[in-house]
Ligand binder design. Structure first.
Ligand SMILES: *Cc1c(COP(=O)(O)O)cnc(C)c1O
Length: 376
């Protein structure tokens, strides 16, 4: 099937490679990458991204669910796959069948796993101050109890930073405290004679703002895809990153609307002049936020075409009155670059009043995704 037919995502392997090299350059040699490929690799396509990362020598991944882990294994992804999120007791067979490492966030859940009479691979989530998931950093005894359960094989501990993307005295003090707490717990385990476990704490902003703090692994997500979350962009290490994803759609048709006439649902767009409207074959079912209606622009013939009217489920309207060369069959770039005109994921998210992570992770399942080579 022709993949650039209706609406699609193009992935750039060179950019992904550059981002991996960037992280390798700024991190100590012994620190390994465990990329977050959850949520279909932030909408990029988890199988495509993980396979490409595998080829670059990366063999550890984090996902949110056992099902995401299963999808990677069925596509032939090797190495360690850590499930960060919840797996229902009815689905524990997936952990065993697909050799997934499950996060344990409290004693009760550890008991559930232990009582199955298997030997599940697990890592223990530690709460160092975020208060979302994990065992308290000061509850070393509880961690040790879990460690010694015969039904579990604990391979490591990890925690999560919750203010690492903000610069300023208070968030930096809090983050330093989280780091110190995590180190204290790791020290406690070592003192109890536990050896050879892995520890990790930092996601993208933990790396960019606290590069001096390193454990065995880091878990970059958003930045690995060349995107920033919309946190403070003045990161301690300037982010030398390249967007991996472009979102494109075809112009299905171009039509004339006379001055004073409306277009689209609710006739929300009213032409203030005789207007040439291009109808793009992408809509909110493809992950275009509905509240993008009337905001921002897409790139057509290397020029900015304003988004007008309401976003439909499968189509959207843009004004190409000032781009007379635009015609049916042309490509429109919703996120990405064409000539000198660019729409970044960050800009697109700002138009929609959210962060890039949400836009990326909600890109529609029906979009075709593929790597494209630089030459094309
Ligand atoms: C999603 C996630 C990450 C990656 O975060 P980014 O900010 O996208 O780098 C790391 N760790 C955990 C526990 C996560 O849930």
């Amino acid at each position: 099937m022709y993949r650039k037919g209706r609406a699609w995502i193009e992935l750039d392997a060179e950019s992904l490679k550059k981002n991996v090299y960037f992280f390798r350059r700024i991190l100590p040699e012994k620190c390994r990458l465990m990329p977050a490929v959850k949520a279909d690799a932030y909408g990029h396509g988890a199988v495509l991204i993980a396979a490409e990362l595998n080829r670059m020598g990366i063999s550890d991944f984090c996902v949110a669910s056992a099902q995401e882990g299963m999808t990677l294994r069925e596509a032939g992804i090797e190495g360690q796959i850590l499930v960060l999120g919840y797996t229902h007791p009815e689905n524990l067979n997936l952990l065993e069948k697909y050799r997934l490492t499950q996060t344990v966030v409290d004693k009760g859940y550890a008991d559930v796993l232990h009582k199955c009479g298997k030997k599940f691979l697990v890592q223990i989530g530690i709460d160092t101050g975020m208060h979302r998931l994990g065992i308290g950093w000061d509850a070393g005894d509880e961690v040790l109890k879990i460690w010694r359960m015969p039904g579990l094989k604990v391979t490591g501990i990890y925690s999560h930073l919750c203010a690492a993307d903000e610069r300023g005295e208070e968030p930096e003090r809090f983050t330093r405290m989280q780091i110190a707490r995590f180190k204290a717990l790791a020290g406690r385990l070592e003192k109890a004679g536990i050896k050879g476990f892995s520890s990790h704490l930092q996601g993208s902003y933990g790396i960019l703002n606290y590069p001096d703090c390193t454990f065995d692994y880091v878990r970059p997500g958003i930045a690995l895809y060349g995107i920033l979350s919309g946190g403070d962009d003045r990161t301690k290490i300037p982010a030398d990153l390249y967007p991996v994803l472009s979102l494109k759609a075809r112009i299905q048709c171009v039509r004339l609307v006379n001055q004073g006439e409306g277009a689209g649902y609710g006739l929300a767009f009213v032409a203030r002049r005789d207007t040439r409207l291009a109808v793009l074959s992408a809509g909110y079912a493809d992950g275009i936020p509905r509240n993008l209606g009337g905001k921002g622009y897409v790139v057509v013939c290397k020029k900015a075409a304003p988004v007008v009217g309401r976003i439909c489920m499968d189509q959207m309207l843009v004004d190409v009155t000032d781009i007379p060369e635009a015609q049916a069959g042309d490509e429109a770039v919703l996120i990405g670059r064409q000539g000198e005109t660019v729409v970044t994921m960050e800009q697109y998210a700002a138009w929609s009043g959210t962060i890039a992570n949400e836009i990326a992770s909600r890109l529609g399942a029906r979009l075709d995704r593929f790597f494209i080579s630089r030459e094309i």
